[in-house]
Design a protein around this ligand. Structure first.
Ligand code: ACO
Length: 323
């Protein structure tokens, strides 16, 4: 009998400090009205100065493990999706492993920016399916505020910090039904941080390594690629649009989410929407949205949900999941 992976617990964590649109009006030439109209965002959470990606990841992971009823000793794989790791190395996954008092299992980071969680879930699912892991901790965690130029109104209004996590367990009945991952590096320059360790390192040292984005170009591609991945996912599973109970999208912009829901002919009350409360938290946004819908009782055991994301790279992907 084939082995599948199931999500058996979710967790989320948002830093305490809230930055509202009104706060941003004092930093850059913008308005609450513009931000709400163009993005749907009302506020975002910002990590404290001494709070790092691993701190956020730890909180979300503990909540997911508690919801799943598993102990540190049960976890035999840790995959963390992040763009904003604490250190160049070790990976945030290794730092998290130590925090959780887990020892010996494989632990590594995945970098696919806003699609990171879908990539991480897909990789962990394959470990479970092939018998290489039985109980995986999959995390999306970001302190995106650290790579934002807070004088650039084109980007600073969009992003926030946070973490989300799930525990994936081997099971005889399917939870993750399929995953589909894509990337096209030709679009790198439309959404990137142009400096890093090996390229223009002085910008990193001087704290000038910031997100640069051609917003409207990214917007158009996101709507196009998310539309095509909806078709690909439905087709691969022999499903019709009406067969999906919930859309759990990457939370970047209400207008992008609405366009994908329209493609699925899904009414907006079946779409999990948390972007208003925490903006775009990159790899953390899908597990945060999932956790909020599970904890509010909206998503129930047996529901079929489509997770989808689009981000820098470009990268895009989906996971069809039976909860
Ligand atoms: N406040 C007020 N005005 C602004 C602001 C702001 N914060 N930002 C831009 N503007 C202005 C622009 O300067 C422009 O002015 P102009 O017409 O005088 O030149 C005008 O508003 C319109 O700008 P556009 O960029 O055309 O606005 P658009 O409707 O495209 O909305 C937005 C911009 C919200 C950024 C949108 O393009 C978007 O959401 N893009 C996608 C972002 C995204 O999804 N990223 C996902 C992946 S993120 C990741 O992977 C890290």
């Amino acid at each position: 009998m084939a082995t599948h992976s199931r999500i058996i617990g979710t967790g989320g964590y948002l830093p305490e400090k809230i930055l509202t649109n009104a706060d941003l009006e004092k930093l850059v030439d913008t308005s609450d009205e513009w931000i709400r109209d163009r993005t749907g965002i009302e506020q975002r959470h910002i990590a404290a100065e001494d709070e790092h990606t691993v701190d956020l990841a730890e909180q979300a992971s503990r909540r997911a493990m508690s919801a799943a009823g598993v102990n540190p000793a049960d976890i035999d794989l840790i995959v963390v999706a992040t763009t904003t790791s604490d250190q160049v190395f070790p990976s945030t996954a290794c730092l998290l492993q130590s925090r959780l008092d887990i020892h010996g299992c494989a632990a590594f980071d995945i970098q696919a920016v806003c699609t990171g969680f879908v990539y991480a879930l897909s990789v962990a699912d394959k470990f479970v399916q092939t018998g290489s892991a039985k109980c995986a901790l999959v995390v999306g965690a970001e302190t995106f505020s650290r790579i934002i130029d807070w004088t650039d109104r084109n980007t600073c209004v969009l992003f926030g910090d946070g973490a989300g996590a799930v525990v994936l367990k081997a099971d005889q009945s399917p939870g993750i039904l399929s995953t589909h991952l894509h990337a096209d590096g030709d679009y790198a320059k439309l959404l990137h941080v142009p400096s890093g360790v090996s390229n223009n390192y002085p910008a990193v040292q001087e704290g000038r390594a910031f997100v640069e984005m051609q917003g409207s170009e990214v917007f158009k591609m996101a709507v196009k690629k998310l539309g095509s991945i909806v078709d690909e996912t439905l087709q691969a599973n022999g499903l019709e649009r009406g067969d999906i109970d919930w859309l759990v999208p990457h939370q970047a912009n209400v207008r992008i989410i609405t366009a994908t829901a329209k493609k699925l002919r899904m009414s907006m009350d079946r779409v999990v929407m948390t972007v208003a409360k925490h903006g775009n938290t990159s790899a953390a946004s899908i597990p945060l949205a999932l956790d909020s819908a599970v904890r509010s009782g909206s998503i129930k055991t047996g529901d079929k949900m489509l997770l989808e994301g689009f981000g820098g790279g470009f990268t895009w992907g989906s996971a069809l999941v039976q909860y």
